[in-house]
Design a protein around this ligand. Structure first.
Ligand code: PDD
Length: 303
């Protein structure tokens, strides 16, 4: 028996049309996901047993699949049925209605060779885990981040399972006792923010929320459009434009967003407190309003 450092859970999962416990699910060693990281994925929040911003996640999945030429194995309604069954099974298993659903599609199984073989049956895997949204301490204190050069590849628009760059980037934060690494690249006009290792990055400058426009360097996070909508509702100005490294040091607030972390305030960057005056090193008012609006959106936008 192979030794594993962590006991694998027996939660229900879906693999190629079958339902089975996670600790019994196995794929071929010739799966291109295993050999090449040749696959794409999505992480979809589930609140009260319902999928949050489902159609937006499906649109991004379609983009990722298309970009790497893997046929989409299911229609929108097919994915909805599969994911609803997954969520219901996990709810029966754990009793938790707040979950993070994960789905992964790889190109499939074939003898190892770099070019993309055609005609393969994609491997479809889905699991869902109980999700604890960020705790009261993180919301009260904020999180610490570090910054680092973005050494990942030039197709950050594809949500691919080839995540070694992201894993290495996140480990920089872990090595410094921080929660996330904010990545910077040379844009030709100095360093600008791309994103976090697994989150999007926002700055509050002159009362406006500034986000990085999605590109080949920055994933089109589902929370980018969501936060734009929430800003509109709240009457907060919101612009997508490059954020210079120097702007992080003068920002009133810095935020990150992702499916799992929702929206969180960054209160220390590279060891220095973020913000000014009485709010230096503390979560700010824009964060507080957007967090409240996010909580409302969870109830209104889950299906
Ligand atoms: N990651 N940028 C990167 C590189 C990401 O991996 C993620 C999310 C985001 C935020 O996107 P969204 O708002 O759609 O979650 C931005 C997921 C949560 C993960 O890999 O677990």
């Amino acid at each position: 028996m192979p030794m594993t450092a962590h006991a694998l859970p027996d939660a229900p999962c879906h693999l190629d049309g079958r339902w089975l416990p996670l600790n019994q699910a196995q794929v071929s060693v010739l799966d291109r996901g295993f050999l090449f990281g040749d696959g794409v994925y999505e992480v979809i929040p589930v609140y009260g047993g319902r999928l949050f911003r489902f159609d937006e996640h499906m649109a991004r999945l379609a983009h990722s699949l298309d970009a790497v030429r893997i046929p989409n194995p299911h229609s929108r309604d097919g994915w909805l049925a599969l994911l609803r069954e997954l969520v219901a099974r996990e709810l029966a298993h754990s009793g938790q209605g707040d979950q993070l659903a994960y789905l992964q599609i790889t190109r499939g199984v074939a003898p190892r060779s770099h070019p993309m073989p055609t005609g393969l049956t994609p491997t479809v895997f889905a699991m869902s885990q109980p999700h604890q949204p960020p705790g009261a301490d993180q919301r009260r204190e904020g999180i610490a981040c570090v910054s680092a050069r973005d050494f990942r590849w030039e197709r950050g628009d594809i949500k691919t399972t080839s995540l070694l760059g992201g894993v290495m980037a996140r480990q920089i934060a872990a090595d410094h006792g921080a929660a996330e690494t904010i990545l910077l690249r040379d844009s030709g006009h100095g360093l600008t923010v791309t994103e976090g290792s697994s989150s999007n990055v926002w700055a509050v400058l002159d009362g406006a929320l500034i986000g990085v426009p999605p590109s080949h360097h920055t994933l089109a996070g589902i929370r980018i459009e969501l936060l734009r909508e929430l800003c509109e509702e709240e009457g907060i100005a919101c612009h997508l434009r490059p954020i210079a490294e120097s702007e992080l040091t003068i920002a009133d607030e810095i935020l990150i967003s992702s499916a799992g972390r929702e929206i969180l305030p960054v209160t220390r960057l590279d060891g220095e407190p973020v913000g000014h005056g009485a709010l230096r090193g503390k979560p700010g008012p824009v964060y507080a309003r957007l967090h409240a609006a996010y909580e409302r959106a969870k109830l209104e936008q889950s299906i």
